[in-house]
Ligand binder design. Structure first.
Ligand SMILES: Nc1ncnc2c1ncn2[C@@H]1O[C@H](COP(=O)(O)OP(=O)(O)OP(=O)(O)O)[C@@H](O)[C@H]1O
Ligand SMILES: [Mg+2]
Length: 360
């Protein structure tokens, strides 16, 4: 068990800088998810922690000790790769034991660890099978078992579930979470899938193009996205974005079509009269009979998801498209006009240039 610290870590491949100064203190026993779209630098960060990539500048420490120059084998970490390969001619038992045998661990200790890992992963009945006699999910568990037996200080996972079908993925997610609760080994898990991230992470590092755009718990990231990028990346369907102008007193946001939305806690004088981006999550619109601060949405089409309904429509003279989520079954005909209101504490504002969150 160990804490892991990244201190202003940069990575260049040749002249191209792909990680631009990431810092994060990961606590002992914490489950951290590195989340972001393809190419944002997730695997690179993981590979630097593992020692598979050289750190250009900055430090990474494990258990208080800077490991920048330590070989991967000396870092006491175990990594589950996206495309793990299992030796096809070995049994599950031998695959799990292999890493311990080459470290010359006594046979009875190896046996104890393999059987314990098999029990945790529910692989006891499969120890004599070979990989081709296993399902995708069982193979995935063997790949994890091979890491668990090492009893490492830190677990690293690089998109380990991306080649499983949706149902198996959900099942494996719960298993990984349970495993973590049993073993409490510090874990860093890379994914581009926000559902995986929200389910697994104690905290998320949301990556945007080589920067850590936000580090926080799943709820913090959902409720107070630090940038427009994070706001758009987390949440499904995605947050709606609208152009608004802040009133001269800084106390309300003016939408096209003369709708004024009062801002929580009064004013943001530094943005008085300026154009900013307003973000509203689809689930925060409510049908209303009120007259003030109401948005009139013209319905284009309705998607029934079973438990809830998505209404796609447009608003205002410039026909800004909006998506609204209602938490029950709703039938609306095309061109129906819906009067909608959003509680002021659910409005998000972002600076147009920097993309940074405005206000608290
Ligand atoms: N060995 C390399 N040489 C040059 N550029 C690289 C190398 N490895 C990665 N990169 C670049 O670094 C950036 C980050 O890559 P990385 O693999 O970390 O992304 P990622 O977030 O893991 O993406 P994905 O979700 O597609 O796996 C990319 O632009 C990639 O092209
Ligand atoms: Mg990757």
């Amino acid at each position: 068990m160990a804490d892991v610290s990244l201190n202003d870590v940069y990575k260049k491949f040749g002249k191209t800088e792909v990680i631009h100064g990431v810092s994060c203190d990961i606590k002992d026993g914490e489950f951290i998810v590195v989340l972001g779209p393809s190419g944002c630098g997730k695997s690179t960060i993981l590979r630097m922690i593992a020692g598979l990539e050289v750190i250009t500048t900055g430090d990474i420490s494990i258990d208080g000790k800077v490991v920048n120059r330590l070989e991967p084998a000396d870092r006491d970490i175990a990594m589950v790769f996206q495309n793990y390969a299992l030796y096809p001619h070995m049994t599950v038992y031998k695959i799990m034991a292999y890493g311990l045998r080459i470290r010359r661990m006594p046979k009875n200790e190896i046996d104890k660890r393999v059987r314990n890992a098999a029990r945790i992963l529910e692989l006891t009945d499969f120890l004599d099978r070979k990989p081709r006699q296993l399902s995708g999910g069982q193979r995935q568990r063997v790949a994890m078992g091979r890491c668990i037996v090492r009893e490492p200080k830190v677990f690293l996972f690089d998109e380990p579930l991306s080649n499983l079908d949706a149902k198996l993925r959900v099942q494996m997610l719960l298993e990984i979470r349970k495993l973590h609760e049993d073993l409490k080994i510090t874990s860093i898990y890379v994914t581009h899938d926000q559902v995986e991230a929200m389910t697994l992470g104690d905290r998320l590092i949301v990556m945007d193009n080589g920067y850590a755009a936000q580090i926080g718990s799943p709820l913090e990231v959902y409720e107070r996205p630090a940038t427009r990028f994070v706001a758009g990346f987390i949440g499904s369907p995605a947050m709606n974005f609208l152009d608004v102008r802040i009133s001269p007193d800084g106390g309300s946001a003016q939408l096209r079509g003369d709708v004024k939305l009062a801002l929580e806690n009064g004013s943001i004088p530094e943005y008085a009269g300026k154009d900013v981006t307003l973000g509203i999550r689809p689930e925060h619109f409510k049908l209303t009979e009120e007259k003030e601060g109401v948005m009139h949405l013209s319905v284009d089409h309705v998607e029934q998801l079973g438990a809830d309904t998505l209404v796609h429509g447009h608003f205002g003279e410039d026909k800004t498209s909006l998506t609204v989520r209602m938490s029950d079954i709703q039938q609306f005909k095309k061109n129906t006009i819906l009067a909608l209101k959003v509680p002021s504490q659910k409005l998000h504002l972002f600076d147009k240039e920097s993309g940074k969150r405005i206000g608290k």
